[in-house]
Design a protein around this ligand. Structure first.
Ligand code: C2E
Ligand code: CA
Ligand code: CA
Length: 411
C-alpha cells in the first residue's frame, strides 16, 4: 500500500538526494513490482491507484509515497503515476535501513509489528520474514521490555541494593567516604551488571525514578556510613553518588537532591555527585547550567573516568568541579607503563594546581597503592582496600583492613 506522510522528518537524509524530473502520465512504480525506494514530491502531483486500478489518493509537493517498501522486502501494493510534470527526490532503502540499524531494537520491533498489521489489513495474509534481523530484534526487544518491567517491579518492591566502596585518603589512609554503586539480583538472570542496568534504565526512561531511589537510599544510609569515617588532610567525610547523563536533563534534579539532603539533615558538602567526563561534554551548555545550580547548593562534583572523555582545560576552568577521578585503565597499568605513570602524575598535578582533589580508582595491589602515595594522589579506591560492600559487611571489613594496615586506626 502506498501512503502519504509528512516530509519534514527527513532531516537525517543526505543533502543531495537524487532528483527525477518526470512528464505527466509517467508510471513511477507498478503494483507487484519490487520496491527499493520511496519518493518525496518536490513539485507537481501524482495519483495512487490500487491493484484493481481504483484511485486511492492524489499527492502533491511535500508528500511521500512508497515508504512501506523502505521497511520490508515486499512487492509494491499500488501503482503511482504523475498527473502533471513532477520532480521527485528518491529515498533509497539502503540509507533508511542504515538509520534503522542505529535505532533501538524496541523501536524497530514496534515499527515492524505496526507494519505487519498494516500489511495484514491491506489483505496480505502470508507475510514472509520482514527482514533477516526481524527475529533478532524481536528477541532483543522482548528482553528489554521484560527487563524494564522486572526493574520497575524491583524498584517498587525493595529488591534493588546499594553497595558501598570505601574511599581512602592518602597518605594517612583514613576511611574518608564511600562510593554508592547499584546492585540488582534478578530472580532468573542472577546479578545484572550495573552498566547494563543503567543503560536499560536510560533507554526505558526508568533512569529518573532509579536515580532518585539511589540518592534517597544513599542519603538514608549515610549517617551510619559516616560513623565509620575519619576526616583526611584534604577533606571531611563524604558519600559519592553517580548520576547518569540522562538525569542531568531532569529539571527537578537539583531540587530533589537539595530536598533529600534537607530531609536527612545532611550538610551538602558531605555529598559528592560523580558525572562522567563524556556525559558532561555531550551537552556542555545544559550540563554547565545544572552543575552550577548544584554547586551553588554546596554539593561537591567529581569528574568520573577522567582521561577517557577528552575533557579540555576549558571545561576544567569553567565547570564547578571539585574532584578528578582518574580512570582505572590508567591506574591498572601504572606500574608497567611509563606513559601511564606520566598520565597519572600529570592528572594528579593538574588536580592539585587547580585546587581539586584527585581520586585514583581501580587500585588492586599494594605496589600500586604505594606508587599513588608517591605520586601525591589525594584519595584511593580499589579492590586492594575493598570491593563494594553491603552496609552490613562494612564493620567486619574495617576491622580487618585496620589489622592489615590498609586503613589507619583512626586514633
Ligand atoms: P564507575 O562509576 O566508574 O564505578 C567504578 C566501577 O569500578 C565499579 O563497578 C566498581 O565496582 C569497579 N571497581 C572499583 N575498584 C575496582 C578495582 O580495583 N578493579 C576493578 N576491576 N574494578 C573496580 P560497578 O559497580 O560494576 O559499576 C560500573 C559502572 O556502573 C559504574 O562505573 C557507573 O558508571 C555505573 N553505576 C553503578 N552504580 C550506579 C548508579 O547508582 N547510578 C549510575 N548512574 N551509574 C551507576
Ligand atoms: Ca563513579
Ligand atoms: Ca569511574
Amino acid at each position: 500500500m502506498v501512503h502519504a506522510s509528512p516530509a519534514n522528518e527527513l532531516n537525517d537524509m543526505p543533502n543531495a538526494l537524487p532528483r527525477e524530473h518526470l512528464p505527466a502520465g509517467h508510471v513511477i512504480c507498478q503494483a507487484g513490482a519490487p520496491g527499493d525506494s520511496a519518493y518525496l514530491i518536490e513539485a507537481g502531483s501524482v495519483e495512487v491507484l490500487s491493484q484493481e486500478g481504483i484511485r486511492i489518493a492524489v499527492l502533491s509537493a511535500g508528500e511521500i509515497f512508497g515508504e512501506v517498501a523502505l521497511l520490508d522486502q515486499l512487492p509494491r501494493t499500488a501503482t503511482v503515476l504523475t498527473l502533471a510534470p513532477t520532480t521527485l527526490m528518491r529515498i533509497e532503502r539502503a540509507h533508511v535501513q542504515e538509520l534503522l540499524k542505529r535505532t533501538d531494537p524496541v523501536i524497530r520491533h514496534l515499527l515492524m509489528l505496526l507494519l505487519e498489521r498494516f500489511r495484514n489489513r491491506s489483505g496480505h495474509e502470508n507475510i514472509p520474514g520482514l527482514n533477516p534481523e526481524a527475529a533478532l530484534d524481536s528477541d532483543a526487544a522482548n528482553l528489554t521490555l521484560m527487563l524494564a518491567q522486572d526493574l520497575t517491579h524491583a524498584m517498587a518492591n525493595g529488591l534493588l541494593e546499594l553497595a558501598y566502596q570505601p574511599l581512602i585518603s592518602l597518605p594517612e589512609r583514613n576511611l574518608i567516604g564511600f562510593e554508592a554503586l547499584i546492585r540488582w539480583q534478578h530472580p532468573l538472570l542472577g546479578s545484572v551488571m550495573p552498566t547494563k542496568l543503567i543503560s536499560l534504565a536510560e533507554k526505558t526512561g526508568l533512569i529518573h525514578p532509579l536515580g532518585l531511589w539511589v540518592l534517597q537510599r544513599a542519603m538514608n544510609d549515610w549517617p551510619t556510613l559516616r560513623s565509620y569515617c575519619q576526616p583526611g588532610m584534604l577533606s571531611t567525610p563524604f558519600i559519592s553518588v553517580n548520576l547518569s547523563p540522562a538525569e542531568l536533563g531532569n529539571p527537578q534534579i537539583v531540587e530533589s537532591i537539595a530536598r533529600f539532603l534537607d530531609e536527612g539533615g545532611i550538610p551538602p558538602h558531605e555529598l559528592q555527585i560523580e558525572l562522567t567526563e563524556s556525559a558532561v561534554i555531550e551537552d556542555l551548555p545544559s550540563a554547565k547550567q545544572v552543575l552550577q545550580k548544584l554547586a551553588a547548593t554546596g554539593v561537591a562534583i567529581a569528574l568520573d573516568d577522567f582521561g577517557t572523555g577528552y575533557a579540555s582545560f576549558d571545561y576544567l576552568n569553567t565547570l564547578p568541579i571539585s574532584c578528578l577521578k582518574i580512570d582505572q585503565t590508567f591506574i591498572q597499568e601504572v606500574l608497567v607503563s611509563s606513559r601511564r605513570r606520566e598520565i597519572v602524575q600529570t592528572s594528579v598535578n593538574l588536580a592539585r594546581s587547580l585546587g581539586l582533589i584527585s581520586i585514583a580508582e581501580g587500585i588492586e595491589d599494594e605496589s600500586t597503592s604505594d606508587l599513588l602515595v608517591e605520586l601525591g594522589c589525594g584519595i584511593a579506591q580499589g579492590y586492594f582496600y575493598a570491593r563494594p560492600l553491603s552496609l552490613q559487611a562494612i564493620p567486619k571489613w574495617l576491622e580487618e583492613a585496620r589489622i592489615l594496615g590498609r586503613v589507619s586506626r583512626g586514633d
